[in-house]
Design a protein around this ligand. Structure first.
Ligand SMILES: Nc1nc2c(ncn2[C@@H]2O[C@H](COP(=O)(O)OP(=O)(O)O)[C@@H](O)[C@H]2O)c(=O)[nH]1
Ligand SMILES: [Mg+2]
Ligand SMILES: [Zn+2]
Length: 318
C-alpha cells in the first residue's frame, strides 16, 4: 500500500474497498468511525475520499475527507436515520426501461426529488425503446422534459442513444440508478465490453421482483468515465425534507404553485389549486402529481409519529 488516500468503491458492514490510484484494497471500519454520527446511520459511502492507515490487522479507514456533495435517504421504514448512499458525484442517471420491467414513474419521481434536494443534476434514461411504441416513449420523455429534466432514449439492443449516453458519462462520476432489469449493466457493457458487469437474466428479475443482495460499486471505465452501479436500491425517501420543502423538489409543481389561491397550498385538494387546471389540460402529468401526493402523505405521517413521540428529538421543520 503506497498511497494512503483513495476513493471508496464499495461499502459493506465492517469493511470498505478503496481504490488507491488503481490498486483496490480492503480496509476495515474501526468502531471510532461510528461515534458522533448523530442521526446518520453510516460513516462512509461509495464515492467518499478516505485516508487510510495500517495497524497489525491491516489497512483501516483513518478519516473520511470532507464531501463535495452527497445523496442520502431515510434508511428504511423502520429506521428513520439518514443513510448516505453516495458522495462526491457529478450526476445521477435514472435508468428506467419502458418495458420488462415497465417504467415506474413513482420510483423515478422519488429519486428526482432527492436529486433536486441535494442539487445533483439528473437525467432520465428511457431504455429498451426497441420494446415499446414510439408514442409511449415520446409521452414519457415529454413528462420529464417539461419538469425540466434531461431525457435520453436508449436501446442496448439496437445501439440507439448509446453515443449520447457515452458523451454524458465521459469525464464525470455518475450514479446509475434504476430497478433490477432496467439494463444498467447491459448499457455499461455495451460502452465498455471488457468490463463485464453481471447482467441479470431477465426472467429471474422482473417476474419475481427478487434478487440476491448486492452492493453499489464504483467502476472507473477506460473510456474516461466513473460510474456507480447500484443494484438493489428500492424505495427512496429523501431525508430531512419537510412537507413544505417537498413542493420545491418538484420544479414543475413548484412553478404552477404561484397560481394557487393559497400561498401555502399543499396541492392536496385545497380549493383554487392551480394543479387542477394543469392536470386537466395536460400541462402536468397525473403521475407527477400522484408521486408528489404519496411522498407528501409519507412525510406528514412521519411528522405525526415524531410529534407523538416523548423524545423531543431534533426540531421539526414546518
Ligand atoms: N430488448 C432489450 N433488452 C435489454 C435492453 N437493455 C438490457 N436488456 C436486457 O434486460 C435484461 C436485464 O439487464 P441488466 O443489464 O442485467 O439490468 P440491470 O439490473 O439494470 O443491470 C438483460 O436480459 C438484458 O439483455 C434493451 O435496450 N433492449
Ligand atoms: Mg446490473
Ligand atoms: Zn395548489
Amino acid at each position: 500500500m503506497s498511497a494512503t488516500e483513495g476513493t471508496v468503491v464499495q461499502v459493506d458492514a465492517k469493511q470498505v474497498l478503496v481504490d488507491l490510484e488503481g490498486e483496490v484494497v480492503p480496509a476495515a471500519l474501526r468502531g471510532t468511525l461510528f461515534e458522533d454520527l448523530g442521526s446518520t446511520k453510516n460513516p462512509v459511502a461509495v464515492g467518499d475520499r478516505v485516508r487510510l492507515d495500517e495497524d497489525a490487522e491491516g489497512p483501516a479507514v483513518a478519516e473520511v475527507l470532507p464531501r463535495r456533495n452527497h445523496l442520502s435517504r431515510v434508511a428504511s421504514g423502520h429506521d428513520p436515520r439518514e443513510q448516505v448512499l453516495f458522495a462526491n458525484v457529478d450526476q445521477l442517471l435514472v435508468i428506467g426501461s419502458v418495458r420488462k420491467p415497465g417504467f415506474s414513474s413513482n420510483r423515478t419521481d422519488r429519486i428526482l426529488a432527492a436529486c433536486e434536494w441535494h442539487e445533483v443534476p439528473a437525467t432520465v434514461v428511457l431504455n429498451k425503446i426497441d420494446l415499446a411504441d414510439a408514442d409511449e416513449v415520446a409521452a414519457l420523455a415529454e413528462t420529464y422534459r417539461s419538469v425540466p429534466v434531461r431525457v435520453l432514449e436508449t436501446s442496448a439492443e439496437t445501439g440507439e442513444g448509446l453515443e449520447a449516453l457515452r458523451e454524458l458519462l465521459v469525464g464525470r462520476t455518475s450514479v446509475l440508478y434504476g430497478p433490477s432489469g432496467a439494463g444498467k449493466s447491459t448499457l455499461i457493457n455495451r460502452l465498455e465490453p471488457g468490463l463485464n458487469l453481471k447482467e441479470g437474466r431477465i426472467s429471474s428479475y422482473w417476474k419475481q421482483g427478487r434478487h440476491t443482495t448486492t452492493y453499489s460499486r464504483l467502476h472507473r471505465l477506460a473510456l474516461g468515465a466513473t460510474v456507480i452501479d447500484t443494484p438493489g436500491i428500492r424505495v427512496f425517501r429523501p431525508y430531512d425534507v419537510s412537507p413544505r420543502e417537498l413542493r420545491d423538489t418538484f420544479p414543475d409543481i413548484h412553478r404552477l404553485s404561484s397560481a394557487c389561491q393559497f400561498d401555502d397550498c399543499s396541492h392536496d385538494h385545497e380549493p383554487g389549486c392551480a394543479l387542477d387546471d394543469a392536470l386537466e389540460d395536460g400541462r402536468l402529468a397525473p403521475t407527477r402529481w400522484s408521486s408528489y401526493l404519496e411522498m407528501l402523505d409519507e412525510l406528514q405521517q412521519a411528522r405525526a409519529r415524531q410529534e407523538s413521540d416523548d423524545d423531543p428529538g431534533q426540531p421539526l421543520k414546518s
